[in-house]
Design a protein around this ligand. Structure first.
Ligand SMILES: NC(=O)c1ccc[n+]([C@@H]2O[C@H](COP(=O)([O-])OP(=O)(O)OC[C@H]3O[C@@H](n4cnc5c(N)ncnc54)[C@H](OP(=O)(O)O)[C@@H]3O)[C@@H](O)[C@H]2O)c1
Length: 289
C-alpha cells in the first residue's frame, strides 16, 4: 500500500509566484532515494534553486527523515515499485501537488549474484523486474505528464555491467543492457516531444546495497571504487544537463570501448583470476536483507 506525504505548504502547485511572476519551480522524482546514489542525487537536486524533489523507495522511515532534512521542497512516496499500483501512486502524488514533472531519475535497482545454473530463470526474472520492468512501467505512467511539462528529462541508471558481463552477474548485466538499449530508442522517440532521455552507466561505487567491500579491502583494487556523490553528478549531467550517455566515473567508458573493439581479450580477462577479485557481494545476497 503506497504511502505519500501530505503536501508541504510550499510545494503546492501554482501557476504564478506571489509577486505575479511565472512559477519556475522544477519538479524532480528520484526512485531508490532511501540510500546510495538515489539519496546523493536527491540531496544534489534539493540544493538547486527552485527545485522540488519527490523521493521514492520502500523504506518509509528513511524517506521521511531524508525529506525532513531536505526541507519543505521535498516530499516522498513510500512504495514498492514492483507493486501493480506503484506507478499510479507516484503519478497521483506529482499531479496533485505540482501538476508537472521536469525530471524522472529511474535509479532504484538491485543485484542478486548467482551463476545461471544455480539461480536459473527465477533470478533473471526478479532482477529484470526491479532493474528493467519497474523503470518501463513508471516511465509509461509519467510520460504524458513529462510531455506536457516539456522540456523535461528522464535519466535511466544502468551500469558499466551493461557493456561488460562477469560470471555470477549475468542476470544483472542483462537487465542493465535491456535498460540501456531501451533508453537509446526512447531518446530518439521522445526527442520531438521535448523529453530528453539520459543514460548513466556507473562503474563500482560503494553504497548500502553495493558495499564493494571486497574491492575496498585491497590497495590493488580500491582505486576502482567511486562514491555516490561523484556518480550523482553524472545523473545531473544526464538529466538537466542534457547529456545522452555518461559513464561514471568517466574512465569506466574505456572498459566499454575495449569490450566493443576487443571482445575476445575481455572475455579471456573475465575468465582469469583478476576477474574473481570483482566478485562483490550485494545487500540482497545476504540472507537477512
Ligand atoms: N553501487 C554500484 O557499484 C553500482 C554500479 C552500477 C550501477 N548501480 C546502479 O545504481 C542504482 C543505485 O544503486 P545503489 O548502489 O545506490 O544501491 P542502494 O544503496 O542499494 O540503493 C538502491 C535503492 O533502490 C531502492 N529499491 C530497491 N528495490 C526497490 C523496490 N522494489 N521498490 C522501490 N525501491 C526499491 C532501495 O530502497 P528501499 O530498499 O528502501 O526500497 C534503495 O533506495 C541501482 O540501479 C544500481 O543497479 C550501482
Amino acid at each position: 500500500m503506497p504511502v505519500s506525504t501530505a503536501a508541504p505548504q510550499s510545494a503546492q502547485p501554482s501557476s504564478a509566484a506571489s509577486n505575479g511572476a511565472p512559477d519556475r519551480r522544477r519538479v524532480a522524482i528520484v526512485t531508490g532515494a532511501s540510500s546510495g546514489l538515489g539519496e546523493a542525487t536527491a540531496r544534489m537536486l534539493a540544493a538547486m534553486p527552485d527545485t522540488a524533489v519527490v523521493l521514492v523507495a520502500r523504506r518509509q522511515a528513511l524517506l521521511s527523515s531524508l525529506a525532513e532534512s531536505l526541507g519543505p521542497r521535498a516530499s516522498f512516496v513510500a512504495v514498492d515499485l514492483l507493486d501493480d499500483d506503484a506507478p499510479a501512486a507516484v503519478l497521483a502524488h506529482v499531479t496533485d501537488r505540482f501538476g508537472r514533472v521536469d525530471l524522472v531519475v529511474n535509479n532504484a535497482g538491485a543485484a542478486w549474484r548467482s551463476y545461471f545454473a544455480d539461480g536459473g530463470y527465477a533470478n533473471v526474472a526478479q532482477t529484470m523486474a526491479i532493474n528493467f520492468d519497474a523503470q518501463v512501467r513508471l516511465t509509461e505512467a509519467l510520460l504524458p505528464l513529462l510531455r506536457a511539462s516539456a522540456p523535461s528529462a528522464i535519466v535511466n541508471v544502468s551500469s558499466t555491467a551493461a557493456r561488460v558481463s562477469r560470471a555470477g552477474s549475468g542476470a544483472y548485466s542483462a537487465s542493465k543492457a535491456a535498460l540501456a538499449a531501451w533508453s537509446e530508442a526512447l531518446w530518439v522517440e521522445e526527442r520531438p516531444h521535448g523529453v530528453h532521455v539520459g543514460l548513466v552507466l556507473p562503474g563500482f561505487f560503494s553504497t548500502e546495497g553495493f558495499p564493494q567491500a571486497e574491492l575496498k579491502r585491497s590497495a590493488r583494487t580500491r582505486w576502482m571504487v567511486s562514491t555516490p556523490e561523484k556518480v550523482a553528478q553524472a545523473v545531473i549531467r544526464a538529466g538537466f544537463g542534457g547529456q545522452a550517455e555518461c559513464y561514471a566515473p568517466r574512465p569506466y567508458g574505456l572498459a566499454a570501448m575495449i569490450r566493443a573493439v576487443w571482445p575476445g581479450a575481455v572475455r579471456r580477462a573475465m575468465s582469469g583470476s583478476g576477474a574473481a577479485a570483482m566478485n562483490t557481494v550485494t545487500r540482497p545476497d545476504k540472507p537477512d536483507a
